[in-house]
Each structure stands twice: as structure tokens, then as C-alpha cells.
Design a protein around this ligand. Structure first.
Ligand SMILES: Cc1ncc(COP(=O)(O)O)c(C=O)c1O
Length: 304
């Protein structure tokens, strides 16, 4: 049975509980991180924990554990949950932190922040979608815009995500991926991924003002730097995406996913391009795991 780490204790999934009066539920006031493993080892755990700390600090929430303690807890979580998945699986882990309940509920629920971590098979997320690595997904500009940093900073990874949900609901099919604009009409990000485009051989990504500073985004930029092809962060318009030869998304579950059209019009030749494919290979080599091949193996596997 899967184990949940809750405030220092490992509990069977069916026994892990948080209060219905919690701030996370009442206000969507929770900060979180989502990771994945490669070969069942966590990828960029420290970077995720550092972003968690920043999100907590920015929202006035004092983390109930140090980063070292959380790192140790994450190791324990993986160890406890490795037996729940097969040898070709990976784990998706979530770290949630809430400030607890409002004072009016303290008569029912003890006050205080809590932290929780859970792990489940990554293939629950990717199953049935591995063909997207070959075909790419379709980008579209939703009516729903992103909330700009001056109103609520998207660099905080928080659960007040209704605007992202509404943008996702505008998709007509699962392979439609929204690319939200900021109030000035510049590309911001997708609902769970950062966006890149390749134009005249140079790689561009929106400047990181009105988007989450994705760990995958940073990793792509590191890979590009190592390829002596540094990414350019700048304000980008939908026009730039139309003009691009290639585009792709970067996010934890997929790592890199090609984007082959925008609002129904092909980007470049309408298929994954050489820069995107090169980055996918480079990433796979670095982590010692061909994540495309791996995802293909999950398409026909049943759920556990
Ligand atoms: C809004 C948003 N943008 C971008 C990302 C990609 O971030 P990362 O690469 O850290 O997974 C996420 C991840 O969940 C996200 O929620």
C-alpha cells in the first residue's frame, strides 16, 4: 500500500487526513512542489525544495521543517513507496505545505502549519499520451489570461490555480495545450509548463516575470548553454510563435514536449524539429533514462 508522509510520520494512504477546515481548502492557500524520478531517483530535489521555501516565504508561511529535514523525508517517502511500483516505473511526488486552519477553527482543529508528501506512479499522468512526443501537442491562446506578477506573483507555486484551470477547460481535446498571455499580450506559460520557441536557429523563452520559474525551464536553459546555444529570455508575442520554426513545452512530468501548432496553424513544418529533438536526447542522456521510450512502455500498462 502506498505511504504518505505527513508531519514526520509515514502513514498508509487510507489513513492520511487533513482537516476540512484547512486554509488549503478554504482559501486555496497552500504552496506545493511536484517532482519526478528518473530510474527511481528524484530529479532536482534540492531545487524544488528551494522553490518551496521561496513560495512559503513569499506567502508568509513559515515552513515547519528545514530543507534538510524535507530532503530526508522525501528519501523516506521514496523508499517506502518504491515497492508499490514496478521496476520500469517512476514515481511522481507531491509536497504540500499549508499554514493550517484559521483561528476560528482552532477549537476544532489544532493550529499550526503542516507538510505532506505523497508518491504515485508517474505513468498515471503520462499513460496514453506518449505519442505526443512524436506528434507534438497543439498550442492555443485561451481567452483566460494569466494573473500578472503585480497582482499575484506566479513565481510562487501555490494552489490558488483557478485561472489556470479555466484556461485548461478551454481546450477542445486533450492534446490542446493553452499558452496564457499576460495582460500586455505577451506569452506567459501553459497551465503546467513553460514555453520555448526556436526562431532563425535561436531559442527564446518568455522573460520570467509573469510565469513560474520552472525547474525544467532552467534545465533546458542549462542544456542549451552546454550546447553553446544560450536561450534568450524576452517578451514574446503570439506572432513570434507563428513565425517560429519550432516550439516546445518544458515541465516536470514530460520533461520536453514538442508543440507543433498554434490556434490551428502549423508551427514550422508542424512536427518536432531538430533543436527540440536534440534537447530531448541530451536530457535523456544526462539522466540515464530515455523518457520517451519509457513513456511508450507505459501506454499499454494497467493502473495500479
Ligand atoms: C504554471 C506552471 N508553469 C510551469 C510549470 C513547470 O514547472 P516545472 O518545470 O518546475 O515542473 C508548472 C509545473 O507544474 C506550472 O504549474
Amino acid at each position: 500500500m502506498r505511504q504518505i508522509w505527513l508531519n514526520g510520520e509515514l502513514l498508509p494512504e487510507s489513513e492520511a487526513r487533513v482537516s476540512v477546515y484547512d486554509d488549503a481548502l478554504m482559501f486555496g492557500s497552500m504552496v506545493f512542489e511536484m517532482l519526478r524520478t528518473f530510474n527511481l531517483r528524484p530529479f532536482k530535489l534540492r531545487e524544488h525544495l528551494e522553490r518551496l521555501r521561496a513560495s512559503a516565504e513569499m506567502t508568509g508561511l513559515s515552513l515547519p521543517y528545514t530543507l534538510d529535514e524535507l530532503e530526508y523525508a522525501h528519501d523516506q517517502l521514496l523508499e517506502a513507496n518504491r515497492p508499490t511500483v514496478g521496476p520500469t516505473d517512476e514515481l511522481r511526488t507531491l509536497i504540500n505545505v499549508s499554514r493550517g486552519t484559521l483561528p476560528i477553527y482552532h477549537r476544532i482543529v489544532p493550529k499550526g502549519a503542516w507538510a505532506m508528501m505523497m508518491a504515485f506512479p508517474l505513468r498515471w499522468v503520462l499513460e496514453g499520451t506518449s505519442s505526443w512526443y512524436d506528434t507534438g501537442v497543439d498550442g492555443f491562446i485561451p481567452v483566460q489570461r494569466t494573473i500578472p506578477a503585480q497582482l499575484m506573483d506566479p513565481k510562487i507555486k501555490h494552489r490558488s490555480r483557478l485561472y489556470l484551470k479555466l484556461a485548461a477547460l478551454e481546450a477542445k481535446k486533450p492534446s490542446d495545450w493553452p499558452i496564457l498571455l499576460d495582460p500586455d499580450g505577451f506569452l506567459a506559460e501553459s497551465t503546467g509548463a513553460n514555453v520555448f520557441l526556436v526562431k532563425k536557429g535561436r531559442v527564446y523563452t518568455p522573460e520570467p516575470r509573469n510565469c513560474l520559474r520552472g525547474i525544467s525551464r532552467q534545465y533546458v536553459m542549462d542544456l542549451l548553454a552546454r550546447q553553446s546555444r544560450p536561450a534568450v529570455e524576452k517578451n514574446l508575442e503570439p506572432y513570434d510563435l507563428h513565425e517560429a520554426e519550432e516550439a516546445f513545452f518544458a515541465c516536470t512530468p514530460y520533461s520536453i514536449l514538442p508543440c507543433v501548432s498554434l490556434n490551428g496553424r502549423l508551427i514550422g513544418e508542424g512536427k518536432p524539429g531538430p533543436v527540440t529533438k536534440g534537447l530531448m536526447q541530451h536530457w535523456s542522456q544526462n539522466v540515464g533514462c530515455d523518457f520517451v521510450k519509457q513513456a511508450k512502455g507505459w501506454d499499454h500498462a494497467g493502473r495500479t
